[in-house]
Design a protein around this ligand. Structure first.
Ligand code: SAH
Length: 556
């Protein structure tokens, strides 16, 4: 599963120079030192807690460390969406998960960390939850200390405590629990006798939270019963806590082992044992969000789809971001350079996308200029997303016609641009229809391709499999080019989910390809598209808010 990415820190162009205007530093923190700064020979290791799954639950310090990493060694429990915080040049190493491909053993992980640090690299070891809670953090730091490799530990939110918020399960509710114990449900295989004192655990005056408790559920629950805990004690099984498929299942200590077996409960899951379980509502604030349980495919890169995926994730959707177009810098900059050097001569600059803004202005800055070069030129931004990106560069658009149909778009521009010198900044395969309409309408038009957009040639296997298995309910189609690219990559797979179109141009492209969108945005923006999906879900009445989703509670 690809998690949703929604936070403002993501809203930074990835492959081009950063916007000229940056928010003032909110606070001063010590910057993670890079290996070259401290010592030549030895790097440094950051053991970073990734939090329980929701990518917003990593600490600021964790994000800073990721920014500076040369190599990121990450656990399967850490949400891969967090890797977006790493620099594009960082090496990303998955440490594997049982049952799927190469799995690093603890010894191999330590060796790899030491090897990387010794070669002078800055290493982030990204671990699910908190690195020190059932995370072998101490074993790893012991090896680092012994080897003389500097390290820092960045805490994370441990999953067992995150459930208090995301399931509204008050683990320390004063009437029912005056203490909480974090307990392992799986003791190490090499331990002959149990380290757990079940006598004490059975009469513990509070809430027990079992980690890693699925495999040996029958054992730990039987031990608690044998040591006197009542079989009626409420138990909650919480799977995938803080993730888009979070689920809470209620049972009792007497039935939990049967429930795990009968339901085929799979890790990662936590078991909360105690009376506080009864206080959790059936639907928490997290699972009540209107698109919870709905998986939406957002074509694009994380950098270009931040707004849409953020909005959808905010509504509770499980957002899968997958590129369909490849955006690259022009192979030959000469045309862009010529336009940049003469930019002050135009009456109007029309930016057709945020990517165009980044590439054109990035080039202008790279050639030693700044926004003063634009001189008297007025600026039009096609759509509010493009206008938003201009603001990041310190520029306010004079005209922001929303994308709808080419003719009305051209008309809006021509009200100002007729007889004027206009530069249209776009991709290599640009908006031919718009350019034609502007020219025919009397603008003195020049077009420049500030970036190249080529088709992604290989379908994303995870997306293809999810489409085939009906695991994607919606596809957000954000442009005609995206529609064509999606059709080419996924063909009939695209007939299973519902398609949401950003506007009439995109709808026309979809129809031409033989697909009928189930929803069309009335405002042709990321927010409008998310809203269209929301309204269609509500109208279809397939589920009332909170009903069909995977967190369906059941008392067994
Ligand atoms: N360091 C991690 C725990 C690692 S042990 C932390 O602080 O959360 C692995 C166990 O953590 C899993 O077997 C499961 O019991 C629990 N776990 C981790 N993430 C989880 C999640 N999102 N939902 C439910 N359980 C989770």
């Amino acid at each position: 599963m690809v998690g949703a990415v929604s936070r403002a820190v993501m809203d930074v162009p990835g492959t081009v120079p950063a916007p000229a205007v940056e928010a003032p530093e909110a606070r001063a923190t010590p910057e993670p030192v890079t290996s070259t700064e401290v010592r030549q020979a030895t790097g440094i290791v950051y053991l970073v807690g990734a939090g329980p799954g929701d990518p917003g639950l990593i600490t600021l310090r964790g994000v800073e460390c990721l920014h500076h990493a040369d190599v990121v060694l990450y656990d399967y429990l850490a949400n891969p969406a967090l890797l977006e915080h790493a620099s594009p040049s960082a090496e990303l190493v998955p440490l594997g998960r049982k049952g799927s491909g190469r799995v690093y053993t603890p010894v191999e992980i330590t060796e790899r960390m030491l090897e990387e640090a010794r070669s002078g690299r800055t290493v982030v070891r990204l671990k699910g939850g908190d690195p020190s809670i059932f995370g072998r953090g101490a074993d790893e730091t012991a090896a680092l200390r012994e080897a003389g490799v500097p390290f820092e530990i960045v805490p994370g939110i441990t999953s067992g405590l995150a459930l208090a918020a995301y399931c509204e399960l008050p683990i320390t509710q004063q009437d029912d629990a005056s203490a909480v114990a974090l307990v392992t449900g799986r003791e190490r295989d090499d331990k002959t006798a149990s380290c757990l004192d079940y006598d004490s655990l059975a009469c513990f005056p509070g809430t027990l939270i079992f980690y890693m408790g699925v495999g040996r559920c029958a054992k730990w629950s039987a031990e608690l019963l044998a040591h006197g805990r009542s079989p009626d004690t409420p138990v909650a099984i919480v799977r995938q806590c803080t993730r888009a498929d979070q689920a809470l299942l209620r049972c009792t200590l007497g039935t939990v082992a049967d429930v795990v077996r009968a339901r085929g409960v799979r890790p990662p899951a936590l078991f909360v044992v105690g009376d506080v379980v009864d206080r959790a509502p059936d639907v928490s604030w997290f699972t009540a969000r209107p698109l919870f349980g709905t998986r939406v495919l957002v074509p694009g890169s994380r950098a270009t789809s931040t707004r849409l995926s953020g909005r959808l994730a905010g509504l509770g959707a499980d957002v899968v971001v997958s590129p369909v177009l490849r955006i690259t810098a022009p192979a030959d900059w000469s045309a862009v350079d010529a336009a940049v050097d003469r930019v002050h001569e135009y009456d109007w600059l029309v930016f057709s996308s945020q990517t165009g803004v980044d590439h054109f202005l990035g080039r202008l800055f790279a050639r030693g200029g700044d926004v003063r070069r634009l001189g008297r030129a007025k600026i039009a931004a096609l759509g509010s997303t493009t206008a938003g990106r201009l603001r990041q560069w310190g520029l306010r658009a004079d005209l922001v016609p929303e994308e709808s149909v080419v003719d009305s778009l051209a008309d809006r521009l021509l009200e100002h641009a007729r007889g004027r010198w206009v530069l249209l900044v776009q991709a290599n395969r640009g908006r031919e229809a718009l350019a034609r309409a502007l020219e025919e309408g009397g603008a003195r038009l020049e077009c420049v391709a500030a970036y190249e957009s080529t088709d992604e040639l290989v379908p994303d296997p995870e997306v293809a499999a999810a489409l085939a298995a009906d695991e994607i309910q919606w596809v957000a189609v954000t442009s005609g080019a995206t529609a064509r690219a999606l059709a080419r990559l996924y063909g009939d797979g695209l007939r299973r989910p519902r398609l949401a179109s950003i506007g009439p141009v995109t709808t026309a492209a979809l129809k031409e390809l033989g697909y009928l969108p189930a929803a069309e945005a009335s405002s042709h923006t990321a927010n409008g598209l998310a809203q269209a999906i929301l309204e269609a879900e509500r109208e279809s009445g397939v589920r009332a808010p909170g009903a069909r989703h995977p967190s369906e509670r059941s008392t067994v």
